[in-house]
Write a protein that binds this ligand. Sequence first.
Ligand code: NAG
Ligand code: NAG
Ligand code: NAG
Length: 534
Amino acid sequence: MRSLLQLSGLLGILTFTTAEYSAPRNANHIFNAIHASMRQWGSSLHHNGMSFFLASVPEGTQFFHGTSESTPIIGTEWLAFEPEHAMVFAGRRGPPHRVPPPKNDDYDDDNDSPSHHEELRRREPHHAESGERCISPEVEDAAEEDAGYLHTYAAAKDLRLLYIDGMSAGKTAKGTLDSQDVLLFNGSLEDAPTKPGPGSGSEGERARLACELAQDAWEGRIDGVLRMEAGFEIILCAFERDLIPVRITQVKSRSGEGDEGRHNPKHDDHSGPRADDDDKKRKGPGHGGPPGSVNWMRAITHRYQGIGGSRVSLNYDNFVTAFAYDVDLFPSKSTLPRLTGLSQSELDSIRQDVTGLVMSHEATEPSWNWQTTVDMLVTRYSNELSYYVSGKITSLEDLHAEIERLLAPFIDYGDRNTELEVDRCTMHSMPLRANLSTLAARAVLSVARTTCGALFGVWEETQDLKVAVEKTQALVDYLAWTTWKECRGCADNEICVVPIWPLGSVEDYKHPQCKNASNPYDGEGESYWRGLHR
Ligand SMILES: *[C@@H]1O[C@H](CO)[C@@H](O)[C@H](O)[C@H]1NC(C)=O
Ligand SMILES: *[C@@H]1O[C@H](CO)[C@@H](O)[C@H](O)[C@H]1NC(C)=O
Ligand SMILES: *[C@@H]1O[C@H](CO)[C@@H](O)[C@H](O)[C@H]1NC(C)=O
């Protein structure tokens, strides 16, 4: 009965005109952020994340951690969703490492122990700025002969995380770190003079700042942050509190590993910013990446279309995105959104809203999964739009017939009214039980309306094939869906290659292609990330 009553209340919605909903700024970008969330593919292409979501990971979800240590981790560390990702970090030389969590007496606080600095160096991407390796290959090889350990953990409870979207764990200068370094951390990474290591902005420092926020500003309501690089990962603030160790196993020693990904001469001149040489060495593939690095890239491509396994759920009804604010995210016509041009007060107000989000909402509160609605729209129109602008349609009648096929369900052929037809088209995949006033809903409505309006326009008003295709192309450019860059028909031993920091070329970004999965980043062409690293 309740649902009937609810529905009758909702019927009012059916009579509204969708134009009444106020479209948020950058509705297309917000739509795409929802589409790309927790997906390796879309987040690699839309790599400058501007959004913060509350995320929940269910108790019992298994995670992986690679290290030289054979005993369970205490304190703050990195957790990978895929074992191959974690294995890249197994077998590093050096004493056990820990990042002490911020000001919490429950943890051992060995802030100044060598192990702390070892960990910071391990995650420190900037310390080879000269482009020279810090240690000779001989030393490196000797060091890496120590086989390390793969730790498997299970979440001891439902984890409460802040998901920082895009490729926010990619240590690039293209803007992948803006939402952390500029916004969340308020630039405090940049000018901190006392940080260990010659570079600024180390990963250890980010982890420390994130966990400090979690504990202080967010009053312990967040257990860690969820980010993506080549694979999704969590900076979890207190391993011993939130995880149950499942097992610890030794990985194959490097000396026993074949040449996979290490001595391939092609890899040796592969792309990648010079300043990142050391980091590439740390995490290949290419440039002597650790054993298993090709396995790593392969493994993470399995998550192109989603992290899977219901391992993460996001609250789409309440989230914060810089796209919705009245600020300039595209300074001097930048094609990539940046937060670097924002004023202090603009940044402060977005940061306050992130804190407000954390303090007044939960990832697990009832909310509509807007990604499912976004997916319906993308799958409905993606191939069609791409076909309309492909050049394969050679007459206006054919194009009009194709478009009419898509629009026919929304037309009352006995009572034509374009305004109503656009409304029906806009509304047809909207879930009427969801809250249609949220930011996500308004972004989805706006994109649906723009799409429907443009299609009706081309069908009804445009009498010239060239103009019709141009108008459709303008819609395609506006939508900028990542589905249009997906590879078709890769063989079983191929993967679709897109730049994922620190690998990939400009060409891989523009035109991703199926490539040999044993050698996916062949180092041809100009590096996508090169030269832009600070
Ligand atoms: C952010 O940093 C600026 C400049 O360092 C400072 O003036 C401002 O008070 C900081 N804001 C917050 C909320 O800490
Ligand atoms: C619907 O969303 C709007 C905007 O977030 C919010 O103000 C309102 O309280 C929500 N309504 C319900 C019934 O949750
Ligand atoms: C893929 O690459 C591997 C390693 O470089 C090579 O041995 C193999 O022959 C390649 N396969 C194909 C189908 O090109």
